[in-house]
Ligand binder design. Sequence first.
Ligand SMILES: [Zn+2]
Length: 427
Amino acid sequence: MANKLVIEDVSTIDNYTCEVNFRSTFDHLFTGNTFWVSYGCDVSSLPDNILVIPALTTLVPVAWAESADIYVSELDRTFYYTLYALQAAWKEVPTKFGPTGDIYFGNLVENHQPEAGSKSALLFSGGVDSHYSYVEHRQEDPLLVTIHGSDISLDSPEEFNQVKNHVEEFATPRGLDQLSIASNHREILEYPLLDHYYRSNVSRGWWATLQYGLGMIGLCAPLVGTDEIDTVYVSSGHQDFELEPAIHPRLIEQLEWANAHAELVGEGITRQDKLEQISEYIRSDDRPIHIRSCFRHHDAQNCMECEKCSRTALGLLFTGVDPCEHGYPLDATTLEDIRRKLIRGVWTFKSVHVGLWRELKAAADPESEYPINGAQEFVEWLSDADIGSFKSDGRSPRTKRDFIPESLYPIAYRARKRVRDIAAQNS
Ligand SMILES: [Zn+2]
């Protein structure tokens, strides 16, 4: 018997929340929760064929991994063709999945909304990629969409509120609209099982390889009817690096529904080049920008202790802006701390980090003047540093010898030698 995924029911339980019930022949890959998504705007007048899209973008990859046929009573015509285009792309992306199933529907509906001249939305979490995407598309005054239930768990409403306030501080002075979407789309899949069964297909894990991006854009599909959004921008992170979740560009290109589509921003642009563009914008616009890029803190603050905070602060500094004014309190003490952590191997520092820090080193100019105390000395040190030697698993900090600042090492070595010599003479 062929595997099946059946969408049983789509309903709005209040004006803002939509629920989708489903069943399958591979229910062990689901937690048993009903899928739900809630919007900061009224979605009750939208048709089921649009409201089902957020659930499908999360469920369909599981169905295809299981070569299952999909049954749904009503589908948007454009999205139906998108599913077949995604199927074709699915076999090309590096996940190397095999054959997929068919899609069966009761009714195919042509949606004409939105009309030409409508608006765009940007998935905005407040990090470097989000800010770069805004700078690139700022002429469109995009609606900033922040999702609760993706990188910030539904169990942490406080953290999400802080992020929402952070986005608001960016949006308000620019006259931008802001919308929050909450969903349990990360609570319906059995990730440990999916990551186990499909470990050879999803090297970054199921969420980071497949659901991230695809599922998040899917959550935005109903905005075509509520806010006349015809383009949803999603930021491209580093495709080659395994540090962060990323959506494959080949999948994004296929995503269309009604008269709307998704677009990837910044593909092929390095993080340092993105920071350069953001800095150029900062210099031309005096409204505040505070970037939030920390992995350790999911609230609106950067910890300034982790590798990513340090790298981003330095990246901003090397573009010539003061990182302290944009969310990264950097001073002579933190600079020295960064240097010690690199030398001592405190952070996990893999090949991907070597690439990122080499990019950073290339941006550091010993001839430039930087607005932070201690920056000149740091840049001189970094310019001579062997980035490859910083590789570390972060668990076994290197010896005291490495802990001594490199510039002081000859003095320390001579002093220790002298102490040893005196001790030898006196013995
Ligand atoms: Zn941090």
